[in-house]
Design a protein around this ligand. Structure first.
Ligand code: ADP
Length: 429
């Protein structure tokens, strides 16, 4: 059980780790794309603002001047229509000399290449309280009649962008650990769910092994005690013979038990479909009837059967199917006293073939009926011991029928008799 807890924990870890890594990668990509997109929107706005400023002929006049006095440099009004405040506007002529500006005082020459740049300036330069301010600056070459007439440089603070990026980051730094926690819990839960069938199979196997060892212990003990008695002096030949016969009998039943156990172990899970062939069920049942008619005479039982005239086809493994029906017939013979009756019927109901085994024997108590298909289940050990059963026959029959896509059911009334019914899917031929 400890191994299961560990496997579950490992599954949970692995799940959380893989899902968590995917989540983090996604969050990083989303963050990057979000920032990119916001910056693009910001840049587009800055660009269209700069375009509209450049289109203003009044400003362009300054740009056309080749020389300008310090006093002539005009101060432009701030607060253009952009969502973000423009903190400065600068005009340079075609020779990259400053000809006009507003806002923070610029260098006299244009030092930077045209295009967008992110820069950091001191807050006091643009009358802000904060120490350092991030700006997005655009330097736009202004062209008129195919000639460069100057450069327009404008800048706006990245503060609103940074605020929204900060919000995204806060959301991610809080959201990612919370989601990771949720993934961990889900992983733990799913791990438990995934382990369930394995755990059930393991428990079943454990129970099966325990039951099998338990079943083998009694006959082994019986063999041992018989052998010890036979070896005890004085050596009596008839006693020894009796003991050896006992040992032989026990060994035979042990051999049946072992082959049944091996059968159950080998045929666990779905059958190899390649062993299935189209078979005529009527023929298969006829050969079984021959065999059981002989036994019925020996046991003084009235054995009647009904088989249809028409062939009835199934996709099945003939040997296995034979064993399943044979287990039902053996039980009916075993649990029906002499002079009782056993009936075998084969019918066709829609697309199903029905096999019924009915007896008027000792019957099964209602409280035991739901359990009789379980491995090692015996209604009462006394009556089964007498008949030498291990409680595996019905489990085997059920396993075979289920592997054929059919089902097996039982009805019984104590002291009145039982009826077992097998339903199997038919094929046309
Ligand atoms: P066993 O080898 O003990 O017969 P089975 O799995 O074949 O094991 O049957 C399980 C139990 O169901 C038996 O112990 C028996 O008590 C009961 N049982 C099965 N078939 C019949 C029947 N036809 N009549 C009465 N009891 C039955």
């Amino acid at each position: 059980m400890f191994a299961f807890a560990r496997s579950r924990r490992n599954l949970g870890y692995l799940f959380a780790l893989s899902m968590g890594s995917i989540l983090i990668v996604f969050a990083a990509i989303a963050y990057y794309l979000g920032v990119e997109e916001q910056l693009q929107v910001f840049d587009e706005e800055l660009y269209s603002t700069s375009k509209s400023i450049a289109a203003n002929a009044r400003y362009r006049l300054w740009a056309e001047r080749s020389h300008i006095n310090q006093d002539d440099i005009p101060i432009l009004g701030n607060g253009l229509s952009s969502g973000s405040q423009i903190v400065y506007i600068r005009w340079y002529n075609a020779k990259k000399k400053l000809v006009g500006f507003s806002g923070a005082s610029p260098s006299r020459r244009l030092m930077i290449a045209p295009g967008f740049h992110t820069i950091k300036i001191n807050g006091n330069q643009i009358n802000t309280n904060s120490n350092k301010v991030w700006l997005r600056e655009l330097t736009l070459p202004v062209i008129q009649n195919n000639a460069l007439i100057g450069y327009l440089q404008i800048a706006a603070p990245l503060t609103p962008l940074r605020e929204s990026v900060d919000r995204i980051r806060l959301f991610l730094t809080l959201g990612v650990p919370v989601t990771l926690g949720a993934i961990g819990i889900t992983g733990w839960f799913l791990g438990g769910l995934a382990m369930q069938p394995t755990r059930r199979a393991y428990e079943q196997l454990q129970r099966f092994t325990a039951d099998a060892s338990h079943e083998l212990r009694a006959p082994v003990a019986a063999v041992l005690s018989n052998a010890q008695v036979a070896l005890m002096p004085p050596h009596d030949e008839s006693e020894q013979r009796f003991r050896l016969e006992k040992i032989e009998e026990i060994a035979k039943s042990m051999s049946t038990l072992i082959s049944n156990l091996l059968f159950l172990a080998r045929h666990e899970g779905p059958f190899e479909i390649t062993t299935f062939k189209n078979i005529n069920l009527v023929e298969l049942m006829r050969s079984l009837v021959d065999e059981y008619q002989k036994q019925a005479i020996a046991k003084k039982l009235d054995f009647t059967f009904y088989l249809p005239e028409q062939p009835l086809y199934l996709r099945a493994d003939a040997d296995l199917l034979r064993q399943a029906v044979s287990n039902l017939l053996t039980n009916a013979f075993k649990y029906t006293p002499s002079d009782g009756t056993v009936k075998l019927r084969l019918l066709s109901r829609g697309y199903r073939a029905i096999i019924q085994v009915e007896d008027n024997g000792i019957g099964i108590p209602a409280e035991d009926l739901p359990h009789i298909f379980e491995r090692f289940y015996r209604v009462d050990t006394v009556r089964s011991r007498q008949t030498g059963g291990f409680g595996l026959g019905l489990a085997i029959a059920q396993q075979i029928i289920q592997a054929h896509g059919g089902q097996i059911t039982a009805n019984s009334v104590l002291d009145k008799g039982s009826i077992f019914e097998i339903q199997l899917p038919r094929v046309d031929k």
